[in-house]
Ligand binder design. Structure first.
Ligand SMILES: [Zn+2]
Length: 273
């Protein structure tokens, strides 16, 4: 039993030394490799609405750690420098409402449409996109977000809703009756079914829920809109409650009237037509 008393302190010493060395290496790498300095000829400042000239933007990890005139912002030793001194630099744009799919063709087609849409958006300067329902694309947006996050493909940061949550009603289906390649939306009727649908969406990894709360609408000659609220207040409350329990927000396809009144009674809901 004597060896234990000799060995244990040594093991402890080695463990402590290892614990100190590894973070030091990681810290050193973070200090050098992860800092990117962008020399910008012009930077668009959205607060003032003007272009400011001869700027440096420092990016540490995934965050902008400093930005300002080149004579003030010091570029750390070892930083990777991107020279855009002959160019204009724009902050990443955020699109708060879009659909990456086009509701035509099958899932495989939708996946390619989603990838094309996201890639084009990134090339146009959008670095974050809030996808308000995958029109006819099932979970194409969720899969694309995963592919981007795992760096399989390049694209903007995506917040996704997956298929839109609907009740049964005429006009809610994106496809005519004779062409329905797969279930484009999740159709749920009744509070418990709403809860189950939200759980299914959460299970497949959505960031938020998109619901249709206004059905087809027409305008009277005087310009007033006539529309129909789709889910009952009980259904709406159930969906919102279930989503909030999972930390998800709910956005609605809503054109005012009773649908909007119901939405306002359910607390945290975004209007998103
Ligand atoms: Zn929309």
């Amino acid at each position: 039993m004597k060896w234990k008393s000799v060995l244990r302190p040594r093991l402890r010493l080695v463990t402590i030394a290892g614990a100190l060395v590894i973070p030091a290496v990681v810290w050193a790498q973070a200090q050098t490799a992860q800092v990117i300095a962008v020399r910008a000829g012009r930077v668009f400042d959205p607060r003032s609405g003007t272009n400011v000239t001869n700027q440096v933007v420092l990016i540490t990890g995934e965050r902008i750690s400093d930005a300002g005139p080149a004579d003030r912002v010091q570029i750390p030793a070892g930083a990777r420098v991107i020279d855009l001194s002959q160019a204009t630099v724009l902050p990443g744009l955020i699109d708060g409402h879009l659909h990456l799919t086009d509701a035509a063709g099958g899932l495989q087609h939708q996946m390619m449409v989603a990838l094309y849409s996201a890639t084009q958006s990134l090339n146009a300067g959008f670095t974050t996109q809030v996808v308000m329902g995958s029109h006819g694309g099932g979970y194409a947006d969720v899969e694309l977000r995963k592919a981007i996050e795992s760096r399989l493909v390049r694209g903007p940061r995506l917040l996704v809703a997956g298929p839109v949550l609907d009740i049964t009603t005429p006009g809610n289906d994106t496809f005519p009756l004779d062409f329905k390649p797969f279930r484009p939306n999740i159709v749920a009727n009744g509070p418990e079914a709403m809860r189950a649908a939200v759980r299914e969406l959460a299970h497949y990894g959505v960031d938020h829920i998109k619901m249709t709360t206004t059905g087809p609408f027409v305008f009277k000659p005087n310009g007033d809109m006539v529309n129909q609220a789709l889910p009952s207040l009980e259904e709406l409350k159930a969906a919102v409650d279930e989503a909030h329990r999972r930390g998800l927000f709910v956005a609605t396809h809503s054109y005012g009237g009773d649908a909007s009144k119901g939405r306002s009674k359910c607390g945290r809901m975004n209007r998103a037509t």
